[in-house]
Write a protein that binds this ligand. Structure first.
Ligand code: NAD
Ligand code: MG
Length: 382
């Protein structure tokens, strides 16, 4: 792609994933505003090569690259993520990496004063305070890509935070909404991967089935919008049309809606507070989208949500332990080593054992992350 004066340079980290490929569709349509400067992936060489052909970025990184496997100009190892995120020609870093692997790139980009369009919610869950301090010191900016947080941002933009009374995050309820305990006990990997409204990467799809995703999102909202946990609620909305509600101090409630597509929140994270013309979102037809319904969360069947919110309230290293135990347990579930109900069991056990490890720095939080992963591996001998 030829660099054009006046366009903003974008690094897409995790370009081969669900959000990464969505972002490239958006960026392809918006070539007069943005140019793709850097692409990184973990190991999907074939797809990354295709993307490189199409966008001709100045920088390409593949973390797990064997010597001689790909173009020699591609950078390898996790340092490639930092290099991509800190380039002078990069204005916006779209962090679409899954899991704790995304943390250091976020911090490095913020230190350099970049805008981070953040899909990698784990960054804020593991190290929300550290991210905020780094952001302030480096004059960076975090703009959420997560649809619920994009919705909140779209509702509150133009209003001081003192006017916000509470937010209500919507949750689809996942594939197991309404399942009995007996059915849940026999839930298979295929069942858990069958999300009713969103097509996403495997890890977040399992997080949506356990509702751990919504716990990550409550913690993410706490840090993004400086909201106390008492002001963040969750409601099940199976159609995923309303992406969140904001209640203001006068009692008025504003919601943001669209058919479920991540193209809109990705675009908004790139252009906020502006809006630009785009053809990516299917037309909004309230009649065909009817009915829109709402239900309370079933905390007894989906204990991961409460565990995560409690970890958020406890603060310190507890959210990092919650996240790492969840990541490790989800990987074990997807590898067929543990049952679905073992995921919240693993989280709860790790939090009991390790929830008050030292926090306050990236190093301490990563030590808590590592300890939680070891705890879960030992628990299931996997
Ligand atoms: P995905 O698994 O489809 O893609 C993950 C990407 O990260 C891939 O490009 C992969 O190559 C890269 N990656 C994986 N491990 C890596 C590592 N160790 N080092 C460097 N790169 C690595 O995941 P996704 O569904 O696109 O989700 C990405 C992030 O966005 C997650 O944090 C998720 O919670 C969040 N998110 C996703 C959606 C969605 O619709 N998919 C919506 C909201 C938020
Ligand atoms: Mg979300």
């Amino acid at each position: 792609m030829i660099a054009t004066a006046g366009t903003k340079g974008v690094a897409v980290l995790g370009s081969t994933g669900s959000i990464g490929t969505t972002a490239l569709r958006v960026l392809e349509r918006q070539r007069d505003r943005f140019r793709v400067v850097a692409l990184t992936a973990n190991s999907n060489r074939a797809l990354l090569s295709e993307q490189v052909k199409k966008f001709a970025p100045a920088f390409v990184g593949m973390v797990e690259q064997q010597q001689g496997e790909a173009d020699e100009s591609w950078k390898s190892g996790s340092e490639a993520l930092i290099s991509a995120a800190t380039r002078d020609d990069v204005d916006i870093v779209l962090n679409a990496i899954v899991g704790a692997a995304g943390l250091d790139a976020t911090l490095a980009a913020l230190k350099k004063g970049k805008r981070v369009a953040l899909a990698n919610k784990e960054t804020l869950v593991i190290a929300g305070d550290v991210v905020k301090k780094t952001c302030a010191a480096g004059c960076g900016e975090v703009v959420p890509v997560d649809s619920e947080h994009s919705a909140i941002l779209q509702c509150i933009t133009g209003h001081p935070s003192s006017q916000v009374r509470r937010v209500v995050l919507t949750a689809s309820g996942g594939p197991f909404r309404g399942w009995s305990d007996q059915q849940l006990a026999g839930a298979t990997i295929e069942d858990a991967l069958r999300h009713p409204t969103w097509r996403m990467g495997r890890k977040i799809t399992i997080d949506s089935a356990t509702l751990a995703n919504k716990a990550l999102e409550v913690i993410e909202a706490h840090f993004l919008f400086d909201l106390p946990y008492d002001s963040i609620e969750v409601v099940v909305h199976p159609q995923s049309i309303i992406h969140s509600f904001v209640e203001f101090i006068d009692g008025s409630v504003v919601a943001q809606m669209s058919v479920p597509t991540m193209e809109l929140p990705v675009l908004y994270a790139l252009t906020h507070p502006e809006r630009v013309s785009d053809e990516g979102v299917p037309p909004f037809d309230p009649v065909s989208l009817s009915p829109m319904t709402f239900e309370s969360v079933d905390h007894q069947r989906f204990p991961a949500l409460r565990l995560g919110i409690d970890a958020g309230r406890a603060g310190g290293s507890a959210p990092a332990v919650f996240n790492a135990a969840n990541e490790c347990a989800v990987a074990a579930f997807l590898a067929g080593k543990i049952r679905f109900s073992d995921i919240p069991r693993a989280i709860s056990s790790a939090l009991d054992a390790l929830g008050d490890m030292p926090a306050g720095s990236r190093e301490n939080l990563l030590a808590a992350d590592g300890a939680a992963r070891n705890h879960v591996r030992e628990m299931f001998r996997c």
